[in-house]
Design a protein around this ligand. Structure first.
Ligand code: SF4
Ligand code: SF4
Length: 340
């Protein structure tokens, strides 16, 4: 009997905590859609002791807390292995999001049971799609290291950022990931932030995919991957008429931390100095004034307020002026469990 995979919306759970720590903003690559914004996020790298001190501010050993270490390219941090170990001592579930270059012999310096997931970014199923977006030779390096990691026993995942440049190649990813032994597949949607926000550089198409294309392609590919035994996560994006809108800034605990001390609750706000918290002298401080948390409480027919402000082109209106779809919180996910 074949079991058909079903997408399940992962509602925000009270008490769920996710900490995203950007250890540095530097990177060896310059992807066309890179969202890192040094003028807002700084150019410094947290040293090992500072990173550990900051992690202590967010650690709740009695509560499940996911930690994602990212950059820039986090494996460029010479003491990443030591930071991972310290985070595990604080009982974080730790993921490292890498572009696949795995600097400083990460696979030799960390044991597979010290890291919950090692995540690789790929934006195409072969070099001809991936490399024009991420850089010459990147597909080969990333897939080679992904295989090495899998052989050593690391749990691996892949992040694919869907844009108009690569959506038509998404359907070829599940076979590739199955062949590489990848356990989890995260499909992301391009955001109008960083370089995409500047209008650079997809000349004829722009970056965004339209709702019809997203809905026609992504759930089908996710289902295919799930049938191959891969756990798939993808953003909800468009809410059904009977689904409630919730802002993660109000109902979940997510912290996006940058090396200049800015702490955001909403990733859509990261290009603006509207962070609701900051770290000063190793203390977490709530900021007062017109910051992101003021937007979270606004109730509009379009759903997410920040999306309406920053990405209004995502919203399509019916002739009467009502939005055709409400846009969900960008942190609301759908999941498909592997079915084998
Ligand atoms: S790997 Fe990540 S941080 Fe580096 S350029 Fe690409 S998107 Fe930006
Ligand atoms: S993306 Fe929208 S709904 Fe989600 S936290 Fe930000 S403002 Fe709230």
């Amino acid at each position: 009997m074949t079991i058909e995979p079903r997408a399940r919306t992962v509602q925000f759970k009270p008490g769920e905590r996710n900490v995203f720590l950007h250890l540095l903003t530097a990177c060896n690559l310059s992807c066309r859609h890179c969202y890192i914004n040094p003028s807002q996020h700084g150019t410094t790298m947290l040293d090992r002791d500072q990173a550990v001190t900051w992690l202590k501010l967010f650690a709740r050993p009695e509560q499940e807390t996911n930690l994602v270490l990212l950059g820039g390219e986090p494996t460029m941090h010479p003491e990443l292995a030591s930071i991972i170990r310290a985070a595990k001592m604080m009982r974080y579930a730790v993921t490292v999001d890498s572009n696949g270059f795995l600097f400083h012999d990460l696979l030799e310096r960390v044991a597979p049971d010290e890291l919950d997931f090692l995540s690789f970014s790929l934006d195409g199923p072969d070099p001809s799609v991936n490399d024009p977006i991420r850089g010459e030779g990147v597909f080969a390096t990333c897939t080679e290291n992904l295989q090495k990691a899998g052989k050593k026993g690391f749990h691996t995942s892949v992040i694919y950022t869907v844009s108009a440049l690569n959506i038509e190649h998404l359907h070829r990813m599940p076979e590739l990931l199955a062949a590489l032994g990848v356990q989890r597949f995260f499909i992301q949607v391009i955001g109008l932030r960083g370089k995409p926000a500047t209008g650079e550089p997809a000349p004829t198409t722009g970056w965004q995919v339209d709702p019809q294309q997203w809905l026609a392609v992504v759930p089908e590919v996710a289902s295919h991957a799930a049938r191959l035994g891969i756990h798939v996560t993808f953003p909800k994006v468009y809410l059904e008429p009977d689904e409630d809108f919730e802002c993660a800034g109000l109902v979940a605990e997510n912290f996006f931390i940058f090396p200049n001390g800015r702490v955001y609750r909403c990733p859509l706000c990261e290009d603006y100095p509207v962070h609701s918290m900051c770290i000063e002298n190793d203390r977490l401080i709530r900021r007062h004034g017109l910051n992101e948390d003021r937007f979270f409480t606004l109730n509009i027919p379009e759903g997410c307020v920040m999306n309406k402000l920053l990405q209004p082109d995502n919203i399509d209106y019916l002739p009467g002026g009502r939005p055709r779809h409400r846009i969900s919180c960008c942190l609301l996910k759908q999941e498909m469990e592997p079915c084998v």
